[in-house]
Write a protein that binds this ligand. Structure first.
Ligand code: SF4
Length: 345
């Protein structure tokens, strides 16, 4: 998903993340590849259990190494993170790559002031003095729009509103100017107005720092706002990817079409009824054979010889655009026309 003149800053190749449980092997991520250039945002979308969060914890090296089997390659600025030592990963986390989570309250310590927590990250990675770290914390709080940062730097997390805590977490994530930011549903718990403010903030900061962002969400509306490229995950696999506009206005996979049909129209008619995707996400312990979406797909009869339940459709990617489905392009145009046409982005 890089333009021709930009080398990927983050490059993931055929990533497989499997972990053992008492009930068997969970194939949380099963052959995922993507590239991301500096200054760009990749939106990863999918339901719970689609493998999007596991992917990002693996990039950060935050998985349980003892119980997890990982194959493939994760290159960050040319360095393979899967062969990096714990010490190297710790140096990279917070410095070169950073993460913001959905729940700021759970991520911030209730026992230390906001300023101390931001300052500690800065000191750890730069060796700055306490006073330098405090000054940097104030500067970051100002950048993320916290009013009166000189006094709020001494506040505790519980003294901040939900939106302010999220801003503080972003300040902490960006205090060392990371080149990669992973944002895992960072606005899900916030009301719509604060959500819009946080998104604007991330976009501004990305412009300022040139950060590459992986933005994980189940919400295509959020993707429409922030992403350059979109990767749709289902059952631990990528089922569709491409530039945001292409994916949202002309989806090539029935699952993406289903996601679009189950949310209010992005820019089209408000009269189009919402159609939830029937059924539930697949078990990753015993995933369906063939195409993992086949138990929920309305188009399986259009594919001959029961191929959908027998054979995994390959993901063919040309110029960053691709989907994994046995339907022909002509069938997709015909079958998807009604839903996609009314939900133009
Ligand atoms: Fe549906 Fe078959 Fe395409 Fe899978 S391969 S999305 S089951 S039509």
């Amino acid at each position: 998903m890089t333009s021709i003149d930009q080398q990927p800053f983050l490059s993931i190749k055929d990533l497989k993340v499997h972990f053992s449980t008492e009930d068997g092997i969970v194939k949380a991520v099963d052959g995922l590849s993507f590239d991301l250039a500096k200054g760009k945002t990749l939106g990863i979308v999918g339901e719970s259990g689609s493998g999007k969060s596991v992917t990002n914890l693996t990039i950060l090296g935050l998985h349980d190494r003892a119980r997890t089997s990982i194959e493939g390659e994760i290159l960050l600025d040319g360095k393979d993170l899967l062969t990096a030592s714990e010490k190297e990963l710790e140096r990279l986390r917070g410095n070169k790559m950073s993460m913001i989570f959905q729940d700021a309250l759970a991520s911030l310590s209730p026992y230390h002031t906001i300023g101390t927590q931001i300052g500690e990250v800065y000191r750890k990675h730069t060796g700055a003095s306490k006073s330098q770290a405090r000054a940097r914390a104030i500067e970051m709080l100002r950048r993320v729009g916290i009013p009166q940062p000189e006094s709020r730097v001494d506040s505790y997390p519980h003294e901040f509103s939900g939106g302010m805590r999220q801003r503080a977490m972003i300040a902490m994530a960006l205090v060392c100017d990371p080149e990669l930011l992973i944002a895992d549903e960072p606005t899900t718990a916030l009301d719509v107005t604060v959500q819009a403010q946080i998104m604007d903030l991330l976009k501004d900061l990305q412009q300022e720092f040139g950060t590459a962002i992986v933005f994980i969400t189940h919400d295509l509306g959020v993707i429409a706002d922030i992403a350059d490229d979109v990767l749709v995950m289902y059952g631990g696999r990528c089922v569709e990817r491409g530039a945001k506009r292409q994916v949202l206005s002309a989806p090539e996979h029935p699952y993406t079409l289903g996601l679009l049909g189950s949310m209010p129209s992005l820019h089209g008619s408000v009269d189009v009824p919402l159609t939830p995707i029937p059924g539930s996400p697949p078990s990753l312990l015993n995933p369906p054979t063939g195409c993992r979406f086949h138990p929920r797909c309305p188009f399986t009869e259009k594919v001959a010889d029961g191929l959908c339940s027998r054979e995994r459709p390959p993901l063919t990617v040309v110029d960053g655009r691709g989907s994994a489905c046995h339907l022909t392009p002509e069938q997709k145009r015909e079958l998807f026309h009604d839903v996609a046409g009314s939900r133009h982005n």
